[in-house]
Design a binder for this molecule. Structure first.
Ligand code: TSJ
Length: 642
């Protein structure tokens, strides 16, 4: 085969590869919703972060442009542009080959692995257009693509220069393809939050974010020289702290470990794990190793100090972490991920490394800081005390009949026991609940009306939560039990309904009730959310009825639909605004909100565990403005069921 044929053959394969990305984008970026869209930016930025980790870049500029595109620029060495073995510029190979590896894979500590570590060629394939500018040797070289295909003529296989450059670097501009993405507007809050996090994990890096889009102009500089200690402080900024931030690090068998933690007065544990700058929302071996060593250390000290007597049982792991906020950031040369969303670190040697470094360094610290040690042990003692009283409350509750379906006469269960087809609607208010009971398909739809505000679980302690009648009914109805934290006593295989649908009014109270329920699920039954069983019903906001006789009315679900209706219907019509579900009769409720063929549901998704737990804390606090903000943000993030 001549070299030319060889080149053609490989370039065809390349295009087939990128075509596959366009056919099944979800396989490469997780989803085509706003989350997937934002992911494009992270995917590109991660390359610049890798260049930073390699020691050649200290500033990254991220710009959301007025035309809807995004630009990422760095002051690294610039992507290699010299001739590659395939007969074209190396840069072109990077952008047209899936998983470009080999020569460009200087990714010893790079963000490899994880479901989404897929790279620049995927972003290219999913962009209407992309331009690549490399500054090197005093020149700016440019390449251009449309939907992943090169559109720039090369000069002898190499990139043309388009001008003079100062310094070196790489600048990528791309416009996400509206044939691929449901929405093409980047969400700046999520992007900022992720960029900020990146600077906590990389204390020598500066990221300058700019939003140039109409109506939202802003510029923010992220630079966090305190690193993960600063991250912990930020996470605890609205809490009363009981210790300083404790921070240590070390390397064990080529695995770099960095840990920072601090205790707060609240009964809360928050441990964030990162591997090679990737957030591990499902945790993993680095966290396991830290926890095991830490529990051991605190129990040993407690016995040494005589706080635990011979007859006393050890503190549990949860006891010693009561009030702890921790960030664990490790660098692993060959990370492996598993779990539902491939975000759980799986390398056994990371357990050992985190445990060993913790054993050495935390002991070193506590030996010299007895006051802090005592404060930590006090937190553990308080937790142990509550744990014992709650164990009692739990036994009491569980000794009641398990399937107390109609124990308080409120749950109208469905007839089918085929969980895959059953749904339960949790309906705000007795009057809407009554209509829903009449309107439902009683074979598959169960209705549980709840009154007023259910207990605020973020603030209440466990025994109070379990004493609440409505929460009890819900837990019994779902059939899975419950647990504080992930797993343990909760058994999702027992779930009786494939869909749990929250049905609340489209007003502030309704939003508050939805949030309380979501907080409850998130805290005690998180798998319901992670596995996609929780939905929010979207009743229509309006009904429009043309004044001309004989024409059909139409339900409109949001203001956007109303604006569109006004534009497309010039004749007169009557607008009816629904203030609450209670205003609808059973037929209307069926048509608009219950009937699987016509209703709208939003699937509840958690952007990531870190943000979610921060959010639930925020939501349940007393500040009203940020609470509203989140509910709105949440609404745009959710995805339609139909
Ligand atoms: F995603 C991407 F590929 F499009 C991209 C890469 C986007 C952005 C904004 C920056 C980058 C990037 C790549 N910044 N810096 C680099 N560096 C290299 O690719 C590079 C440069 C020189 C050498 C060398 O060995 O001389 C090696 C590499 C990997």
């Amino acid at each position: 085969m001549s070299p030319k044929e060889n080149y053609n053959a490989s370039s065809i394969k390349v295009l087939e590869g990128l075509e596959a990305v366009r056919t099944r984008p979800g396989m490469y970026i997780g989803s085509t919703s706003t989350r997937g869209l934002n992911h494009l930016v992270y995917e590109i930025v991660d390359n610049s972060v890798d260049e930073h980790l390699a020691g050649f870049c200290d500033t990254i500029w991220v710009t959301l442009e007025e035309d809807g595109s995004a630009t990422v620029d760095d002051n690294g060495r610039g992507i290699p542009i010299d001739m590659h073995a395939k007969g074209v510029s190396a840069e072109r190979v990077v952008f047209t080959t899936l998983h470009a590896g080999g020569k460009f894979d200087n990714k010893a500590y790079a963000t490899s692995g994880g479901l989404h570590g897929v790279g620049s060629s995927v972003v290219n394939a999913l962009s209407r257009r992309m331009s690549v500018q490399v500054r090197k040797g005093g020149q700016i070289y440019e390449d251009k693509y449309e939907r992943g295909k090169p559109v720039q003529e090369l000069v002898g296989g190499l990139l043309p220069s388009i001008g003079k450059a100062k310094g070196t670097g790489t600048r990528i501009n791309f416009l996400p393809d509206d044939e691929i993405f449901e929405k093409t507007r980047f969400k700046s809050d999520d992007i900022k939050s992720r960029l900020h996090e990146t600077t906590y994990l990389n204390p020598n890096l500066t990221i300058i974010f700019e939003d140039k889009r109409e109506g939202t102009q802003e510029q923010v500089t992220f630079h966090e020289p305190e690193g993960i200690s600063g991250f912990v402080k930020e996470l605890n900024k609205s809490d009363e702290t009981v210790t300083e931030v404790i921070r240590y690090g070390g390397t064990y068998e080529n695995i770099q470990i960095e840990i920072a933690f601090q205790y707060i007065r609240d009964f809360r544990e928050e441990i964030l794990g990162f591997c090679n700058n990737i957030y591990n929302s499902e945790g993993g071996t680095h966290i396991t190793g830290f926890k095991a060593a830490f529990t051991n250390i605190i129990n040993n000290y407690a016995r040494e100090l005589g706080i635990l007597k011979d007859k006393d049982a050890n503190f549990t792991g949860a006891d010693v972490r009561n009030g702890m906020t921790a960030v664990i950031s490790i660098k692993h040369p060959d990370p492996r991920f598993e779990g539902q969303t491939k975000t759980k670190l799986d390398n056994p040697d990371a357990t050992k490394a985190a445990a060993q470094v913790t054993q050495d360094e935390a002991v070193h610290y506590f030996d010299r800081n007895l006051e802090t040690l005592k404060a930590v042990i006090e937190c553990a003692e308080r937790a142990a005390k509550i744990r014992k009283s709650e164990a009692k409350a739990k036994t009491n509750m569980l000794s009641k009949p398990k399937f107390s379906f109609d124990s308080n006469g409120k749950l109208a269960n469905c007839e089918s026991r085929d969980a895959s087809r059953c749904e339960i609607f949790i309906v705000e208010g007795d009057s809407a609940g009554g209509s829903a009971k009449m309107a439902r398909d009683r074979m598959f739809q169960a209705i549980l009306p709840i009154r007023g505000k259910i207990l605020n679980v973020e603030k209440a302690s466990m025994d109070k939560v379990l004493a609440n009648a409505e929460i009890k009914t819900m837990i019994n109805a779902f059939g899975c039990g419950f647990s504080e934290g992930y797993g343990q006593d909760f058994d999702i295989s027992k779930l009786r309904y494939n869909k749990i649908i929250i049905m609340a009014d489209a007003d502030v109270d309704g939003a508050h009730i939805s949030t309380l329920l979501l907080t409850l699920f998130y805290r005690f039954m998180p798998e319901l959310i992670y596995e996609g069983h929780v939905y929010v019903a979207m009743p229509p906001l309006y009904k429009v009825v043309p004044n001309k006789k004989g024409e059909e009315g139409e339900y409109l679900y949001d203001d956007y639909a109303l604006a569109k209706y006004r534009k497309t219907h010039k004749e007169k019509f009557t607008l009816q605004r629904y203030k609450g579900l209670g205003e609808m009769d059973p037929d209307q409720l069926w048509e608009t909100t219950l009937d699987p063929a016509r209703r709208r549901l939003r699937l509840v998704q958690i952007e990531d565990g870190r943000m979610a737990s921060e959010m639930t804390g925020l939501l349940m606090g007393t500040d009203v403005p940020p609470r509203r903000e989140f509910i709105r943000a949440h609404a745009t993030d959710a995805e339609l069921d139909i």
